[in-house]
Write a protein that binds this ligand. Structure first.
Ligand code: AMP
Length: 488
């Protein structure tokens, strides 16, 4: 592997990465840094955890440093799908830019605009933004995108999954035509290829790792356990293993809250992070977890996306995700950038089909390890051999058409028309039914009779909505597109 100097980085940046503790470039950095410095467009097939942030941030900063400008307008725009990721990417940019005199700002929704506006007014070289809030600034004229030289689309597949495509196209329309484009995506769907074809000019293709590499690096184990005894088993694993820092995944916001409460009752310091928490609460929870003040961070899938917690040794799936691919993302939180990690899944009988789908996606069987006192739960799929090979397809996000919520609280961010605030969609983009879905989700207990009544009511309102849709006068008003700014 070449050194950072050999990749052409200036001494100030080499010092910055050395201070961060990086001894050598990761594979994606080794390929992308020279390409970006050379002005090429890049298509990076890479997940988080591979060091891709530095792969684009370092050369962007170097180019701005070498060709300084007096303008206060940003010269690089990085789009990220979630607030958390935007904040983390900006934190990295901020650290790497130490001593270069280049300022950066993270722009995302759910917080007040004026502090972001005043940072923009003072002058920034790099803007890291989520799409909705960026468009808000653009519409209000508080950001000038006409001097953008480099445009980065980070986690492009997530962006499309979250329905950001129209926003991305509008943002691209606001940028100058002459610019360098970098796009990163963990997966390649037809839609991603089409976007790459439209956006990138003779890109350098960088493929650093096969899709499920995290799955190969992480020691995975399934603990069969009755559903009602999962919390007890989790506490035992934490205490017996003397785990100091563990990220636990729950399927729903309500489940995440309840579990963190129960853990605290067991004297395990725990905190939950999900879309019902304010930005401040989430930042605080993450910060407490990072500095070791809390031992367990209970997160939903959406809330965990893009979390950068270095050397996270243990990840626990308290419940398996509905979409097999989310399992790979979850366990990717451990064993990052070459570190070893372990992922424990507490699996009950009702989850055996999900387990089989995950194993089909991985193309291998996950080790079963029964814990003394918790034995006897059968988690093997009936009628088919689990993990019989990669030919057996897991339920993918695309093929399932969203996450299937089979009654009970829906998984966070699940299904179409998700109303999760974490997705950084401004309220005007919410679907009219989203508020109602939210209220449903927050109801605490569901008796079978109430479930049936609610289902009937939902079916009734769906058919009423369909009738209303057919009547032209009842259509919700569409906002007109905003005036175009900039040269592009
Ligand atoms: P990313 O893929 O950008 O989310 O980075 C994943 C993690 O790897 C972050 O915690 C980075 O700080 C870390 N990282 C990035 N580059 C390196 C490197 N060259 N050596 C060691 N760790 C790194």
């Amino acid at each position: 592997m070449p050194t950072f100097e050999q990749l052409g980085l200036i001494p100030k940046l080499v010092r910055a990465v050395t201070e961060k503790g990086y001894s050598e470039p990761t594979p994606i950095q080794a390929k992308a840094i020279p390409a970006v410095l050379g002005g090429r467009d890049v298509m990076g097939g890479s997940q988080t955890g591979t060091g891709k942030t530095a792969a684009f941030a370092l050369p962007i900063l170097q180019k701005q440093f070498e060709r300084r400008s007096k303008s206060r307008s940003p010269r690089a725009l990085i789009l990220a799908p979630t607030r958390e990721l935007a904040v983390q990417v900006e934190e990295s940019v901020f650290r790497y830019s130490k001593g270069l005199g280049i300022h950066s700002v993270a722009i995302y929704g759910g917080v007040k605009m004026p502090p972001q506006i005043s940072k923009l007014r003072r002058g920034v070289g790099v803007v890291v933004a989520t799409p909705g809030r960026l468009l808000d600034h653009s519409e209000q004229g508080t950001i000038d995108l006409s001097e953008i030289e480099v445009f980065v689309l980070d986690e492009a597949d997530r962006m499309l999954d979250m329905g950001f495509m129209p926003d991305i196209r509008r943002i691209i329309g606001l940028l100058p035509e002459r610019r360098q484009n970098l796009m990163f995506s963990a997966t390649y769907s037809a839609e991603i290829r089409k976007l790459a074809g439209d956006l990138l000019h003779e890109p350098m293709q960088i493929e650093v790792a096969r899709r499920n590499t995290a799955a190969e690096r992480v020691n995975q184990v399934v603990h069969p356990v009755e559903r009602s005894r999962k919390r007890e088993l989790l506490t035992k694993l934490i205490e017996d293993g003397d785990w100091r820092q563990v990220l636990v995944f729950a399927r729903t916001r309500h489940g995440a809250d309840r579990l963190s409460r129960q853990l605290r009752n067991d004297d395990v310091r725990a905190v939950a992070i999900h879309g019902d928490k304010t930005q401040g609460q989430r930042t605080r929870a993450l910060e407490e977890f990072k500095r070791g003040a809390v031992r367990v961070l209970v997160a939903t899938d959406v809330a965990s996306r893009g979390l950068d917690i270095r050397q996270l040794p243990h990840v626990v799936n308290f419940e398996l995700p509905d979409v097999a691919e989310d399992y790979v993302h979850r366990i990717g939180r451990t064993g990052r950038a070459g570190e070893e990690g372990d992922a424990h899944s507490l699996v009950c009988r009702a989850e055996r089909d999900k387990l089989a789908e995950i194993e089909a996606l991985l193309g291998k069987r996950i080790e079963r390890r029964e814990i003394e006192g918790f034995e006897g739960e059968d988690v093997e799929a009936r009628g088919r051999r689990a993990g019989s090979g990669p030919g057996q397809r897991g339920r993918s996000r695309k093929s399932s058409g969203g996450r299937p919520g089979k009654g009970g609280p829906r998984p966070e961010g699940g299904g179409s028309g998700s109303s999760d605030e974490l997705l950084e969609k401004p309220p005007r983009r919410k679907s009219p039914s989203a508020g109602a879905a939210d209220k449903r989700k927050r109801k605490p207990k569901w008796s079978a009779a109430r479930k049936r009544a609610a289902k009937a009511k939902r079916a009734q309102s769906a058919s009423a909505a369909a009738t209303a849709k057919r009547r032209p006068g009842k259509r919700p008003k569409r906002r007109p597109p905003p005036p175009r700014r900039g040269k592009g």
